[in-house]
Design a protein around this ligand. Structure first.
Ligand code: PNS
Length: 159
């Protein structure tokens, strides 16, 4: 079975992430979306809530599942018997950061490959951080995150 892992902070999942999930689900037999801790980012949603938001957003993809994991990505890969990491690239500015992570993961486990998918041009400007900023200051985030989680995101921002 060709199984890939799509890791990220997903704080929260955006339509850009969902587009990568949809495209990866057509290439692999199974895609596992995993919410991990990025030590450089202060999260808004706790990991279990991020997982629930992703669960709601992926119901239409039968071969996609989601998990939360507190640890190294390569340990999650081993536990789930996968050798392929999927990452989305939006712009040249993403490249250095992603390149570093891909090399680090490969250094930790040389059997792991990172595959990059170019983002859909429609979402190249989109990030979880910008969604949070727009929502916080009263802007409209419809079309930026999956419709099924719009209410959850707004409620969290208003807390
Ligand atoms: O969506 P992000 O924040 O760019 O995702 C980064 C993430 C969460 C995938 C990365 O920080 C990560 O893999 N964290 C888990 C710890 C780990 O394995 N670090 C080694 C790679 S530098």
């Amino acid at each position: 079975m060709r199984r890939a892992v799509y890791p990220g902070s997903f704080d929260p999942i955006t339509n850009g992430h969902l587009d990568i999930i949809k495209r990866a689900s057509k290439i692999f037999d199974e895609v596992i979306v995993v919410v991990l801790v990025n030590v450089d980012k202060k999260g808004l949603f706790p990991v279990d809530e991020r997982v629930k938001l992703i669960e709601k957003s992926i119901v239409q993809y039968a071969n996609v599942r989601v998990a939360g994991f507190n640890g190294l990505l390569i340990d999650f890969m081993k536990k789930n018997d996968s050798k392929v990491i999927i990452k989305g690239l939006r712009a040249v500015s993403d490249f250095e950061y992603e390149f570093q992570m891909a090399l680090m993961n490969n250094k930790l486990d040389s059997s792991i490959e990172t595959l990059f998918m170019m983002t859909n041009a429609e979402y190249s400007y989109l990030s979880s951080s910008s969604v949070k900023q727009v929502a916080k200051f009263g802007g409209c985030i419809k079309g930026l995150v999956p419709d099924v989680i719009l209410g959850d995101v707004m409620n969290k921002i208003m807390e």
